[in-house]
Structures are given as structure tokens and as C-alpha cells.
Ligand binder design. Structure first.
Ligand SMILES: *Cc1c(COP(=O)(O)O)cnc(C)c1O
Length: 434
């Protein structure tokens, strides 16, 4: 990476001054974080909200242990997926009654992609392709591949710059992840959706790296279907339920394929035939994981606490300030060590993470940083046609990351590179989960 700044180098005091002026500073107190850790992996597994442990204990000991089956009514367990959906809705530009929190992102993708294919192909059976990005998150591609196999359709994978020319008359659905997991590059949802619609194509947006991280306006973009993750920026806990949104113009049109009893219009009438619930309720399948949903609620509650402090505009401003600072300081302090930048500098195209590239040693550098309690992660190069570049990925969650954390992270990175510490054998052994 070449140095592009001529301004005076950033100092630790500068970073502390930025923290002192940060209107969101108080939100960090809503989380339980190890004191000496700089956690830059909230885009992969969010941190623990302080309220979660007591909430989960209460659900287990009182709601389940004491109140037993009555809690479906008395603790409103039954409509928890809808209530959490309503709580999340304003953060993704959705309306009340349009979102449910349920199942996993992969499963929800199967539901909405099936529904989107049904709608598009009913209008025009000649549409037999799904278009996506070659560097989309693998589970999205695998689910699409499975559906294509099941239905005799075709999955077409293209580079982001080739999406417009791929929107041809034989395409049913454009399936994209809004913020790319590997590079942090963000699509223009409104413009891309408009281009798809102009070609008669429906859109499915994966918000795994967007919900709670960047402004999202599903309604404003006129998007068709959307899904996203509960355990990343929403801090719902490992394996937290995901969410699903369907534009009201489609929500009542098709059964989703997993037509279980929780998506029935009246599950407790126990009729032998399936009558789908009106709207988004039909995207539920079976009995919900109440303990996990309760933990997810604690994650969403912190976002409610961010509203009086400026809400998403303030979170976005801080996220961009953090990622700008990280990029600038890496350029100032780690120059000459073969690092590149995979994340767009353009704010309009950047999510809430910074991805650095290196031809060699990226995994070991990340391991050496983790040993120093600076936690980011490694993602393998995408095997494309260019030079092989692995990725060092750093997520910046403005709810709890501060500017001094940026300073510390870059200082550790500089030391790991300058001392060659990353070459040690223990940092070069691959773990099962990277
Ligand atoms: C993290 C992520 C997922 C995760 O899917 P799971 O079903 O929760 O394992 C899916 N898609 C994208 C784009 C992701 O980033």
C-alpha cells in the first residue's frame, strides 16, 4: 500500500481525543468485553450484550422452569419472531409486520429464493437463471446451486462489474449480498434493484454484513426479498436466529416451500390442510428457539439505546471515521510491508470492515495478532484470475469499538510485521475455524 496522506501522523492522543468527543461512547457499557482485547470480528460473531446472561437465565429459570407451557401465552413466546422482526425493521428500512426473526440465514435464503423463483417464473417461464456474484458468501451460492439442481435451472456467477450486462431476459432472480464478506465492498441497492426490475428480474438481498452496520432502506430501494444474520452486527449470540423480509407486494403470494405449522394461518386449529398465514408469518416453519430469540432481543435492545444518541446516521458516521482512520494509520505506520487494500475507499461503496491483502503470510499475521489479543480474521484469496491475494479482515462495530482501539490494533500490526513475529511456526498451523 502506498502512502497517500501528507498530513501529520495520527497520534495516540488524537485517538483519545476522538473517543472523548464520540457521542456513541456510552454504548460500550452495554457490552461485556474482555478488558485487554481489541475485538475486530463483530462482523463474524458479535460480542455479548451485558443484559443477555440475566435475560437468558430468567427465560430458563422462570419462564420455562416455573411457568412452563403457560409461557407461550404469559411471556408472549408465541409472537416473539414477529416482535423481534418489528424491533429490527426500522434498521433495515422495513415496515411493521414485514419481518420475522427465525431459522438460519441459509434456511431463510432457501425460502425466499424459492418464492422469488416461483413469482418470476410464473410471470415468464423462460426465465431460468439465477444471477449472483462469484465472490458471494459460499452458503448463498450453495443454496442457489441446490435449488437450481432441484428445478433444472442455472446459476450464473459474474464479477460485480459484469452484473448489469448479465441482467438478460432469461434471468429470474438477481441474488446479491449487499456488503461483500471478503472485501467489504457495498452494492448500491437502489440502483441495482432498479436495473434488475427494468429487466423484469426480482432481487434477493442478503444483509448478513449490513443489518446494524450500515444504513439499509429495503422499502426505499423497492427490493423484493431480503434475509440476514442475527449473530454478526446484531450481537444475538452464536447461531442466533436470522431474519427474513418480504416486500408486502409479494408476501401473500406464494407458500414458501417449508410450509410448517408455524406458518399456518391458525396453527392451533390443527387442521389437516395447510392454509398459509397472511403476509410474513408464513415464512415461519416450526417451533421457534425461544432461548436464542431472547438472547437476540438483548442485541436489538442495544440498537434501541442508540436511537437517542443519533441512531443509524451516528453509527454510520462513526463506522466510516473508524475505517478511514484504520486505513490511514496502516498506510502511515505499516508502509513497506506488502499490504494492499481490498476495501473501497469510496464511502458510498464501503461497509463497516477493512480488508487488507497480502500475497503471503496473511493467515499467520492474523494468528500473531490474535495472540496479542487483537482479534480479526483471515479469508482465503478467491482463486480469481489476478495475483493470489489473501485477506486480513477487520470489522469495526461502532457500538463498542473506539478510536484508541484502532490505534492499538495498528500498533500491534506494525510490531508483528516489523519483528517478523508472524513467521513463528505456531502462527502457521491452520485451525478448523478461521
Ligand atoms: C455469515 C453469512 C451467512 C451465514 O449463514 P448461516 O446460515 O448463518 O450459516 C450467510 N450469508 C452471508 C452473506 C454471510 O455473510
Amino acid at each position: 500500500m502506498t502512502t497517500t496522506t501528507t498530513a501529520t501522523p495520527t497520534t495516540l492522543q488524537d485517538c483519545r481525543a476522538l473517543d472523548a468527543q464520540d457521542p456513541l461512547r456510552s454504548l460500550r457499557a452495554h457490552f461485556t468485553l474482555p478488558a485487554d482485547t481489541v475485538y475486530l470480528d463483530g462482523n463474524s460473531l458479535g460480542v455479548l450484550p451485558t443484559a443477555t446472561a440475566a435475560r437468558v437465565a430468567d427465560v430458563v429459570a422462570r419462564e420455562w422452569g416455573q411457568d412452563l407451557i403457560r409461557s407461550w401465552n404469559t411471556a408472549s413466546w408465541f409472537d416473539l419472531p414477529q416482535r423481534l422482526g418489528d424491533q429490527l425493521a426500522p434498521w433495515i428500512g422495513a415496515g411493521k409486520g414485514e419481518v420475522v426473526c427465525t431459522d438460519s440465514t441459509s434456511i431463510n435464503l432457501y425460502k425466499v429464493l424459492s418464492a422469488a423463483l416461483n413469482i418470476a417464473r410464473e410471470a415468464s417461464p423462460a426465465r431460468r437463471r439465477i444471477v449472483s456474484e462469484r465472490s458471494n458468501f459460499p452458503t448463498d451460492l450453495y443454496i442457489a446451486e441446490g435449488l437450481c439442481k432441484e428445478r433444472g435451472l442455472e446459476l450464473v456467477l459474474v464479477e460485480p462489474e459484469d452484473i448489469p450486462s448479465a441482467l438478460t431476459a432469461d434471468v429470474a432472480v438477481l441474488m446479491l449480498t449487499h456488503v461483500n464478506y471478503r472485501t467489504g465492498a457495498m452494492h448500491d441497492m437502489a440502483a441495482t434493484t432498479a436495473a434488475a426490475h427494468a429487466a423484469g428480474i426480482l432481487t434477493v438481498w442478503d444483509l448478513a454484513h449490513s443489518a446494524g452496520a450500515v444504513p439499509v432502506d429495503l422499502q426505499g430501494a423497492g427490493a423484493d426479498f431480503s434475509i440476514g444474520c442475527g449473530y454478526k452486527y446484531l450481537n444475538g449470540g452464536p447461531g442466533a436466529p436470522a431474519f427474513v423480509w418480504v416486500n408486502p407486494r409479494h408476501a401473500g403470494r406464494f407458500w414458501q416451500p417449508l410450509s410448517g405449522w408455524w406458518g399456518h394461518a391458525a396453527p392451533f386449529r390443527f387442521t389437516p390442510d395447510y392454509q398459509p398465514a397472511a403476509g410474513i408469518g408464513r415464512y415461519l416453519c416450526g417451533t421457534q428457539p425461544i432461548i436464542s430469540l431472547s438472547a437476540l432481543q438483548c442485541g436489538l435492545d442495544v440498537f434501541d439505546a442508540a436511537v437517542p444518541l443519533g441512531g443509524m446516521p451516528a453509527l454510520r458516521a462513526k463506522s466510516l471515521a473508524l475505517t478511514d482512520l484504520f486505513i490511514r494509520m496502516v498506510e502511515e505506520r505499516c508502509a513497506g510491508h506488502g499490504l494492499g487494500l481490498a476495501t473501497p475507499r469510496d464511502h458510498a461503496r464501503r461497509g463497516s470492515q477493512v480488508c487488507l491483502t497480502r500475497t503471503e503470510g496473511a493467515y499467520a499475521i492474523v494468528q500473531a495478532l490474535i495472540a496479542r489479543k487483537v482479534i480479526g480474521d483471515f479469508r482465503q484469496g478467491d482463486g480469481g484470475t489476478g495475483p493470489h491475494l489473501d485477506i486480513l479482515r477487520f470489522g469495526f462495530t461502532p457500538l463498542y469499538i473506539g478510536f484508541e482501539d484502532v490505534w492499538n490494533a495498528v500498533e500491534h500490526l506494525r510490531q508483528v510485521l516489523e519483528t517478523g513475529e508472524w513467521r513463528r511456526p505456531e502462527f502457521n498451523q491452520t485451525n478448523a475455524v478461521t
